[in-house]
Design a protein around this ligand. Structure first.
Ligand code: HEM
Length: 475
């Protein structure tokens, strides 16, 4: 019980039950409710895991910029598919993280991130998406599976030279895993992450309380998928002709064979591939749900964007990144989607690697640090009328030029672990959104009201509800 006591001068927070603490915060709205009660910095404990939540943009930015907050908490490595659980980018730490992040950034850049041949690849997917949506012939459909395949195809071509058909069964299998992980991360099943002692329970009891052995099953299945892809690359590997990020890694791994301290390892490669799959496709796929939901909910913006596009892009040509200066509202719309949705409502957690101080409060070594992105994106100190969906906030006074947010925007995190795929994600969101607007009117079915602000939380994502929408081809 003594160990569970709040440290002295710890940030304020709700009453904690001895040993147990409190259940993890389930969604953005509960986080915001707690902010109103306890202020911009709050302390919260689940089992032995103490977290500090940051609700203010400036405090969060300053904190995440510091070296001592560049680690992730240990519990993230539970879902690592690296045998040693130390490699990869999203959940790794120290020299392993630095090494693997540098490798990924260098290779994503070499493979086209921010360059025009990547734009060509994205527009091939955008065109395929348009054709796929046309096949529904104006029928009301749930968010289509093709959203996930086009997002996966971009990152998977860079990582593994693979492009799937938009209705591929294989993608279905891979995505079943993602959905499973998302369910695990919601509610009860996530408790063993915060309270590791629960993992010591006999497996029958564990299964009965938390569902089956979800984390172990997930790791096994993901490892099988990734190992298959990497093994195939090792078989076909040609040192003079590296095809993709996996080949580049194999090249570095072979060149450093025999070196004592080389960090190029098969386990780390597996984890990098798994990280890029989840971070690189699932995010864009789910953000596209927000895009079409908000297009259907605010058709007046769709109409104005169509007018901008029609004025500069003939219907038989896809929108390109060069058109951006003529399409300020399209860019403003996608950035407002990122702000308004606050899809990753809490940033990927960090951990304090030493005893330290935030805003005058004591934060002990090992404390998890969470940034409440939803609260920051809806903070009236940084945004006028923050709950209003209002793309114009990112236009200049003459409404002819996009202006990037200066403060209060946190969609891609911040500091040394800021999202490595931000540039790629922004390219995809702009081009996929423009393609949909150029070719379709997105609408709810007749008589269906989608204007209720009722969102769902699955795992670490805040999403629009499952709405059937109509994609009516424009004449
Ligand atoms: C709309 C799309 C996306 C959103 C909203 C998003 C958001 C985020 C956020 C909030 C973080 C945590 C940053 C932090 O700790 O401060 C992150 C990390 C990361 N993202 Fe993204 N992301 C997106 C797309 C992508 C894409 C396309 C890639 C593919 C390359 C990617 C790769 C990563 C990786 C590897 C990390 C871990 C970075 C590290 O720990 O060093 N993300 N992302």
């Amino acid at each position: 019980v003594l160990r569970d006591r709040r440290p002295r001068n710890c940030p304020p927070g709700p009453v904690e039950i001895p040993f147990f603490g409190r259940l993890p915060i389930p969604n953005a709205e509960v986080g915001e409710h707690l902010r109103k009660k306890y202020g911009d910095i709050m302390s919260y404990r689940t089992g032995p895991t103490r977290s500090v939540f940051l609700f203010d943009y400036n405090t969060a930015r300053e904190t995440l910029a510091k070296m001592e907050f560049s680690n992730r908490p240990d519990f993230i490595s539970v879902i690592s598919i690296d045998d040693q659980k130390i490699g990869g980018v999203v959940g790794s730490n120290g020299v392993h993280w630095q090494h693997d992040r540098r490798f990924v950034l260098r290779n994503l850049r070499n493979l086209g991130m921010g360059k025009c041949y990547l734009e060509v690849a994205i527009n091939i997917e955008a065109k395929a998406l348009v054709e796929d949506l046309k096949k529904y012939g104006g029928e009301a459909i749930n968010y289509p599976d093709s959203f996930r395949t086009v997002a996966l195809n971009i990152i998977w071509q860079m990582v593994a030279s693979t492009r799937y058909d938009l209705r591929s069964e294989e993608v279905e299998t891979i995505y079943r895993l993602t959905e499973k992980l998302r369910r695990i991360l919601t509610g009860w099943s996530s408790l063993p992450l915060f309270i590791p002692a629960l993992n010591k329970l006999p497996s029958s009891i564990k299964s009965a309380i938390f569902g089956d052995d979800v984390f172990r099953n997930f790791v096994e299945e993901m490892k099988n998928i990734v190992s298959g892809v990497v093994d195939k690359h090792l078989e076909d590997y040609d040192p003079d002709n590296p095809r993709d990020l996996i080949d580049e890694y194999i090249k570095d791994m072979k060149e450093s064979e025999g070196e004592d301290n080389s960090l190029f390892r098969r386990g780390a490669l597996n984890q990098i591939v798994s990280d890029l799959f989840f971070a690189g496709s699932d995010t864009v796929y789910n953000m596209m749900k927000w895009v079409v939901y908000l297009l259907a909910r605010y058709p007046e913006y769709a109409t104005r964007m169509q007018q901008q596009i029609d004025a500069v892009v003939p219907r038989d040509r896809m929108v390109s990144l060069d058109d951006k200066p003529s399409l300020p509202l399209v860019e403003a719309f996608t950035v407002e989607v990122l702000r308004y949705s606050a899809m990753t409502f809490f940033n990927v957690p960090r951990a304090a690697d030493s005893d330290t101080i935030i805003d005058g409060f004591f934060v002990a070594k090992g404390t998890t640090v969470e940034v409440a992105i939803y609260s920051i994106h809806h903070d009236p100190r940084y945004w006028d009328d923050p709950h209003k969906f209002y793309p114009e906030r990112f236009l200049d006074n003459s409404a002819t030029k996009y202006t990037a947010p200066k403060q209060g925007f946190f969609a891609f995190g911040s500091g040394r672990r800021q999202c490595v795929g931000e540039l790629l994600a922004r390219m995809e969101l702009f081009l996929f959104t423009a393609a949909i607007i150029q070719h379709f009117e997105v609408r709810p079915p007749h008589g269906v009201d989608i204007s209720r602000d009722k969102y769902v939380t699955t795992g670490n994502f805040r999403l629009p509800p499952d709405n059937k929408l109509i994609y009516k081809p424009r004449i």
